[in-house]
Design a protein. Structure first.
Length: 365
């Protein structure tokens, strides 16, 4: 964190220990915070950053600042360093990172319009993107096989793939951690991707990196979209949850990308219960493991929960949730945070993990 960043954040009552130096901050009286990203953070570069990177997850920083500031009327304006009207003149974005970024600023500026704005040039690029969406139809990627079930293979794929399986396979976890009804339908590894026109075109809107929602559940009239972290504390979990929740709402509920324009179709394949994803609203759920010195410290919010990013203690998560859910969607897209404890068996064999039963009743938060 630079000295200027520390001064500005302190002035608006946001007391945090770290902030990416790559994100330039400025302040204009009486209540405007300017936030400027590097080109890499927005996909306007040959070396783009993933949206969950601390230097790119503008949604997470904006929501954190808005939740913590003592200036209730604070407005945040987003910009990108060095862009011009020629940086994106319309049509399919140059890469998937840029496509995701334009989609994210479109949704975020609409849903938090009371306090979030785009700088003039960025606003113009967003409008170009809206014109592109209105002139095309899209097809969503769907699974072509069932999700992996072999535990050894899952662990090789990464701890989060393994934990997602544990959470979806355990009736106890589904009831006590995920708070699902017995009738809920669950699935893992939901592909995320849109192709312009038809699959044959190969024109991927969000291409460039493999993306999938960790797991999901259709429960009553809600699609729960889970963004899972296991031993990987990240502030960017908020940005990922925002993006994936909007994607699911647009693909499976509204079936268009922008107020009736940019229609989206998807094939109702049976793999991973994909054909059963239908409901009236979406809940984006950020779920992470945690442990702390004492349960009392967690409840008091005096210590950050190990497993969550150090800026996301229990009290701060509650504050962010209030801001995040005041999004003008009339309850159609809402968010929540859920915690779980992950234990490791001590053996000479390969690592075996389990979800600790003794905390199931207290880790909903």
């Amino acid at each position: 964190m630079t000295g200027v960043q520390k001064l500005i954040l302190g002035y608006i009552g946001v007391k945090i220990a770290n902030f990416p130096e790559d994100i330039v901050l400025d302040y204009i009286e009486p209540n405007k915070l300017l936030m400027k990203l590097k080109k890499e953070a927005a996909g306007f570069s040959k070396q783009p950053l993933a949206m969950q990177d601390d230097r790119a997850c503008f949604e997470a920083w904006c929501l954190l600042i808005k939740a913590k500031t003592n200036k209730l009327e604070l407005e945040i304006e987003l910009d990108v360093e060095g862009i011009t009207n020629a940086s994106y003149s319309g049509g399919k974005p140059a890469n998937g990172y840029m496509g995701k970024f334009l989609y994210r600023i479109l949704k975020f500026s609409e849903q938090y319009t009371m306090w979030f704005k785009l700088a003039p040039t960025l606003e113009a690029l967003k409008e170009n993107f809206k014109i592109y969406l209105a002139a095309h139809s899209f097809v969503a990627n769907e699974p072509t096989k069932e999700a992996e079930k072999d535990l050894a293979n899952l662990l090789n794929m990464g701890l989060e793939s393994y934990v997602a399986y544990l959470l979806c396979d355990s009736e106890s976890a589904k009831r006590n951690i995920l708070a699902l009804t017995r009738e809920a339908i669950v699935g893992r590894q939901l592909p995320v991707g849109l192709v312009e026109g038809s699959k044959a075109s190969g024109k991927e809107l969000f291409g460039g990196e493999e993306a999938a929602i960790d797991f999901w559940a259709v429960d009553e009239n809600t699609i729960n979209v889970y963004e899972l972290k296991s031993k990987k504390p990240m502030l960017g979990i908020i940005t990922e949850s925002f993006f994936y929740s909007n994607y699911v709402y647009d693909v499976f509920i509204s079936k268009n990308l922008n107020h009736g324009k940019g229609s989206v179709a998807h094939e109702a394949v049976a793999y991973r219960n994909y054909d059963k994803i239908q409901a009236a609203r979406v809940k984006g759920i950020m779920i992470s493991n945690y442990c702390a010195a004492t349960l009392l410290a967690i409840l008091a919010g005096t210590k950050y929960d190990i497993g969550w990013h150090r800026l996301l203690n229990s009290a701060t998560r509650d504050e962010i949730k209030k801001v995040m859910n005041n999004n003008g969607t009339n309850g159609k897209i809402q968010y929540d945070f859920v915690s779980y404890i992950l234990k490791e068996l001590t053996t000479n064999a390969p690592k075996i993990y389990y979800i600790a039963k003794q905390v199931l009743k207290v880790c909903r938060c």
